[in-house]
Design a protein around this ligand. Structure first.
Ligand code: P6P
Length: 340
């Protein structure tokens, strides 16, 4: 008989709240709401191969990307659950041009707003590679009781209250960070609950994996090319080069980096001067989580969390993961970068 008590996400968030006497429990409720939406998304992801949920939805999103039906379902589910939760004043999503204010009285009195990428890596859906939901939670800066404003969604990552992701992989896991710690919860399908499985996650100080779309190398500057050559040299502590792993799904590449250590990069290049990944619902939540786990995240010339956003869907270069590996990458790339 396994006597180890299962701690569900609900129980964990309530226990964490008890550490702050002035806490109202709204942040805990919001995390539970996100967990509920992702359990609903998970159900559809698991059967994606069985029903006609694959294939193109026909529409295209603000990024100009053709929307898969699962993308649309995930987006609509998160919006519906958060709108009905009364714990959220509004949302911004990779799939929506502008932010969405929830216009009922309860939502207007909420103190949090949420940004999300509802189904990151969706191009991997029909090859059964891991995909995920990424979320950021901020305290609103607009007055409580009024509709949320664009400024609520343009806060720097260093103002985040919580952030994390759900990975729909060989198991479904939610990993989220507050300023206190990073914790991982695995979905137990038999009871339909996320259960604490990875308490107090830390990113290893060192790793042996570098993760980048090396197919873009021809577009990198000299500094980055020099660093990639360094990764492939036999001069690492164990006398071997780093291993290269790249799934092409940020949540999957980041989850591996968090658990095993390593460095994940999506740098700027000659065709994407700001990189590809979105600051507010891909780079910032991952940077906040990785820093809370002891790793670091840079845009190449400073901390990602310090960027003051000017546009909702702006992009940022990202170098993120094990502290010593990111520092080494920045040392080499900045030392040998071509002058712009
Ligand atoms: P590329 C998926 O489309 C995504 O937004 C991230 O999940 C992933 O890290 C990146 O783009 C992959 O981009 O250009 O290597 O296919």
């Amino acid at each position: 008989m396994n006597t180890r008590k299962l701690i569900t996400l609900d129980e964990f968030t309530i226990q964490e709240t008890r550490q702050f006497p002035q806490a109202t429990g709204e942040l805990s409720a919001l995390l539970r709401d996100i967990g509920l939406a992702c359990k609903m998304i998970n159900k559809q992801v698991l059967k994606a191969g069985l029903v006609d949920i694959l294939g193109k939805h026909g529409a295209t999103n603000v990024q100009g990307e053709e929307q898969m039906k699962l993308d649309v379902y995930a987006n609509e589910t998160l919006i519906a659950v958060l709108k009905n939760s009364n714990d959220c004043a509004g949302i911004a999503s990779e799939e929506n041009d502008d932010h969405v204010c929830f216009d009922d009285e309860y939502s207007a009195n909420s103190k949090y707003i949420v940004l999300f990428d509802p189904l990151d890596g969706s191009s991997n859906i029909d090859v059964n590679a891991p995909i995920g939901t990424i979320f950021s939670i901020y305290r609103r800066v607009s007055p409580i009781g009024t509709p949320c404003t664009k400024e609520d969604f343009l806060q720097p990552g260093n103002k985040l209250m919580a952030a994390g992701y759900v990975i729909y992989g060989s198991s479904t896991m939610m990993v989220y960070a507050t300023k206190l710690s990073v914790n991982g919860f695995t979905l137990e399908p038999s009871i339909g609950e996320f259960c604490l499985s990875h308490p107090n996650l830390r990113c290893p100080e060192k790793g042996k994996i570098y993760s980048i779309n090396q197919g873009n190398s021809c577009k990198y500057d000299a500094g980055l090319k020099t660093y990639l050559e360094y990764c492939m040299e036999n001069n690492k502590a164990d006398g071997r080069p780093y291993s290269h792993r790249y799934i092409g799904s940020m949540v999957a590449d980041m989850h591996r980096t968090l658990i095993k250590g390593g460095i994940f990069m999506y740098p700027a290049d000659s065709s994407s001067p700001k990189g590809k990944l979105r600051l507010q619902y891909e780079c910032n939540p991952m940077a906040f989580l990785m820093e809370a786990a002891g790793g670091i995240a840079s845009h190449g010339a400073g901390n990602i969390l310090d960027i003051v956003p000017t546009e909702l869907h702006q992009r940022s270069p990202i170098f993120i993961g094990s502290k010593s590996m990111v520092e080494k990458a920045l040392e080499i790339t900045n030392a040998t970068a071509t002058v712009a």
